[in-house]
Design a protein around this ligand. Sequence first.
Ligand code: GLA
Length: 731
Amino acid sequence: MKPILSAALSALMVFSAGAQTGDRKIIRIATDNTDLVLEVGPNNRLYQTYLGPKLRHNEDLINLTWNQHAGSDGSVSTRGWEAYSTSGNEDFFEPALGITHSDGNMTTYLYYENSTQEEVPGGTHTKINLRDDKYPVNVTLNYVAYPKENVIKTWSEISHREKKPISLSQYASAMLYFNEPEYWLTEFSSDWAKEAQMSTQQLQFGKKVIDTKLGSRAAMHTHPFFEIGLNGPAKENSGEVLMGTLGWTGNFRFTFEVDNVGNLRVIPGINPYASTYELKANEVFTTPEFIFTISYDGTSQGSRNLHDWARKYQLKDGEGQRLTLLNNWENTAFDFDQDILAKLMKEAKHLGVDMFLLDDGWFGNKYPRKDDHAGLGDWEVTHDKLPGGIPALVDAAKEADVKFGIWIEPEMVNPKSDLYEKHPDWVIEQPNRDTYYYRNQLVLDMSNPKVQDHVFNVVDNILTENPDVAYFKWDCNSPITNIYSPYAKDKQSQLYVDHIRGIYNVLKRIKDKYPDVPMMLCSGGGARCDYEALKYFTEFWCSDNTDPIERIYIQWGFSQFFPAKAMAAHVTSWNKNTSVKFRTDVAAMCKLGFDIGLQDLTAEELEYCQQAVENWKRLQPAVMDGDQYRLVSPYETNHAAVEYVDKSKKMAVLFAYDLSPRFQEKLSPVKLRGLDPDKKYLVKEINLMPGTESTFTQNNKVFTGDYLMKVGLNIFSWNHNTSTVLELTAQ
Ligand code: GLA
């Protein structure tokens, strides 16, 4: 090895830095377990040469070549995996970037200029500057590698100095390539009350696209995340799997293309559907962050990578505590007054939760919000209903000794509202066409700075008048229909993008002014759940479907990408065929809340809930901040089991469910994971209904972690819809 090369490669090893190796320029973006290696080809363009398990020996980097992935024409010397492929080049497959230059030319070629690396919290940020040699177009590729969590986030910045604007027809966040015998995609399809449903298919030649066009929210029919099993369907505890998610709260698109020689390219980004972007000179178009991890031990490890990363670096107050709460939506809907709410606050206290959350229906005077037909946009308390306004509610909460939180849906408007009458031009709506309403409402035009001020003021006014308001549930029920903005004038094709950027402007202002106010992100259930929005929200509402059976599947799906701490789950009266215990145990696997009247509970059930809240609070180091292990899948068996272990491995909790076992079907022991094999754990059933004895035969016994992980516990039964919660305490 030449000395210059070896010195450069050891620098790479330590700093994941770029290296000039004689006439070769190699850029290594590394986590503890994964290497993404890029190289500048002899033509001065940038190629991906490797993405996979971390290479052990530095000298192997030079054996990776930019053109090793041959094309069908055998032209190994002229084609490679271009790191950010552009339209009009010799690649022939889906590019990341499509530009129409100001003179009408549609080709772009990007050449390497320079790159830098700097330390950022938790990781290393690599910036690679590329430039077209015929047009003054610049692209910066950004990669932040978080070594410990094995997560990489990547995005691009596009700018130019042409005399007139250029048109961006596609502008992906990144591009990744794989060369494996098989690729299996797991997607997360969705609908109202049917979020995060997992299904898997093999990718064959050609393209598979997952996208949404809802405008104001990323998801409804599918979510902005996916898994690719490399060399076989993704498995829970073994095999190589790419898990990726886009931080964008609007239209997104994932393109998976298997090419002529069986290589896969993954292209995540904003959906360019109806969104050709006219980019002015010197304006920087920054794409959303694409966040991914590659696990070599199945999705379970990949999820833990993402959970750890999110709590540390992305989720609002990711390392802070969460508030348990009592919500009133399922209990009262719109039908409440000051006395009813004051009574519910006392109930919240009695239940032992931290906060009362007032939901929809508290606002509007000219058009009071009696149902979902009117009032959205008029964020003034309905005087007849709540004469003392929010201050009286805050006082009542203080008297009850609970915190007070409130629901808003500030990006929306009902046509029956004062706001709509005063500012019809603030609404996304096509004046000369029939309007299509979704939940009787329309979307405000967030690209308009005046509308951004209005939305900011919804929160700011409430908090200025009532600094003790402790929490917001921020909803977004309507997708965008009839897309047209008077404000955007001739820039209509930018509206889908600028609308979402306007939302972020507001959320950023709110976070800057009120950094400590927790907020729940909600969108007609769980239709907003992406890692850009979650910079501003402490948690999201997973689904309006709180039937615990359905929730086991929904939570299983979301948990692939989000820590339990980010997932709000409430105990309600959905599916009364299941016990309150069962419903509570399912909700206790996430951020626990209740949305049920205490009148609907028997004395025993209430006592049970009080105990469950106390237990949940005690178990937070495991459930909220620990490692999650999905042990038994409801998709594959008639049972389910999920375990949480605190980081010191002193405390663990196992949630086990008998869903719909067959007659005398074989019951296998549940083998735990993540424990210290040499520690001894006392295993104790908790969350028992008052007056009932545990029927778990191994209750109150001590086992080594080794035994629990190798032999397991006989926790399942042939009962239907029953749950068992075990607390494990290291002795
Ligand atoms: C949406 C939310 C619900 C509730 C209602 C209120 O549907 O998902 O939780 O807040 O709005 O209208």
